[in-house]
Ligand binder design. Sequence first.
Ligand SMILES: [Zn+2]
Length: 276
Amino acid sequence: MSKTSEHIYTMHIDDGAPSHPGGSNNYFVGDPQKKMVIIDTGDYERKWTKSIIEYYVQLGKPPIEAILITHGHGDHTGGLDRLQDLVGCPVRCHPDLVGKLSRVLGDESMVIPLEDREKIHLDRSVDLEVIFTPGHEVDHVCYYLACDGVMFTGDAVLGASSTSVRDLTSYMKSLELITTYEHDTVCPAHGPVVPPPKGKDLVQWQLDHRLSRERQVLAALEKGALSISDIRSSIYPSDLDERLIPTAESNVERHLDKLVDEGRVCRTDSIFNIAQ
Ligand SMILES: [Zn+2]
């Protein structure tokens, strides 16, 4: 039983997934004597769902007000049907995810869309604020627990690695938004919980890391790089493991997409130039 803060109990599991070192977390938030919510439901495998259920039993089977979903990926929604069967509560998620999760449960009355900035009330002065944070996925949501100074970042910011991003323009806007919420602890879906003092600056650090990558991409273009592979070889080490080249190049491409969106870079077929 691992208590992270006054209102947070963390169920950590070593799922061994290579894409995110440091295992994964499901969170129970609230007072086990009164009522709680569960954040995310883990992957499809039985072992994971069983671990969440055992944890729920250890907490004394508290009344569960809702299951809150950070986004629709399988490692966050895989245990949903079994867990929801057990606790019998509504499921709350981003509006774009309602259709899919309703089909999973076979009951659309149990899946209720979240509203951006909605506050989910748990107890006197214990509220979880919903923050829509597209980027990793369009349906991504973070949750903010002001009373404990905690940000639940889902897959937007991980505890021990950087995350995959579908749309970097909206991702960076989302990180900027998260930094405006005062918090000193980050509770990610994958990797360890990051407590103070590091937890206070982790989101800003991730944002700075992406901004410095962006500056490197612009500098490579200024020096005459034209293609994605030119840019990659200019900013990554020359002895980069060959197996990592596709990831590095897709990372460069995300940055270029963002810069093209913003009108700072022009694209002609697969040739890129600084916009004049
Ligand atoms: Zn995930």
